[in-house]
Design a protein around this ligand. Structure first.
Ligand code: FMN
Length: 161
């Protein structure tokens, strides 16, 4: 009999998302990885969440550092998404300029938006941990978002429906 677990990945591909780079800094070393499991949690206080695989090298670093920054990518930043998704390679921080704002977690230049967070809570869920961040600083700019749908990076066009 077919189990839900066999269907799950394929069905989740039907859900379109934006693409982010979640960064942190631990022991003065920046770390980041590509993530799409990001959402707003609360507006006042401002809180967001990101779901991180416990196998990711970033996972213990976020937990120990107690801070992270979610960088929402613009359409032309697909290269960052690809480079920061490579497990086992050195992070490409030298190739992409960044700055710090409040927590010290890297804010990537050219991002469409960023949410600089102190870690407020974490919950184990299956293979992942849900990291909840209290937003200490955030900003956005106008531009086109990088999208992800059906296993590929996309231009969502962003016409008003
Ligand atoms: C479009 C896209 C979205 C991703 N979203 C997530 C995510 O939300 N959470 C996660 O843990 N990994 C996600 N990944 C996988 C990580 O980017 C990948 O495992 C990365 O190598 C982890 O890096 P690290 O082990 O250096 O921390 C995503 C990958 C891609 C390409």
């Amino acid at each position: 009999m077919r189990r839900v677990v066999d269907d799950f990945r394929g069905v989740m591909r039907r859900f379109p998302t934006g693409v982010t780079i979640v960064t942190t800094v631990y022991d003065e070393r920046p770390k980041g990885f590509t993530a799409s499991a990001f959402t707003s949690v609360s507006a006042d206080p401002p809180m967001v969440l990101v779901c991180v695989n416990r196998q990711a090298r970033s996972h213990p670093l976020i937990s120990q550092a107690g801070k992270f920054c979610v960088n929402v990518l613009q359409l032309e930043q697909q290269r960052l998404a690809q480079d920061f998704a490579l497990h086992g390679r050195e992070d490409p921080f030298t190739a992409f300029t960044h700055r710090t704002v409040k927590t010290g977690a890297p804010v990537l230049d050219g991002a469409l938006a960023f949410f600089d967070c102190e870690l407020a809570d974490e919950h184990t869920a299956g293979t992942h941990t849900i990291f909840i961040g209290r937003v200490l600083a955030c900003a956005g700019t106008s531009g086109a978002p990088l999208g992800y749908f059906d296993g590929a990076y996309r231009d969502f066009g962003c016409r008003i429906a």
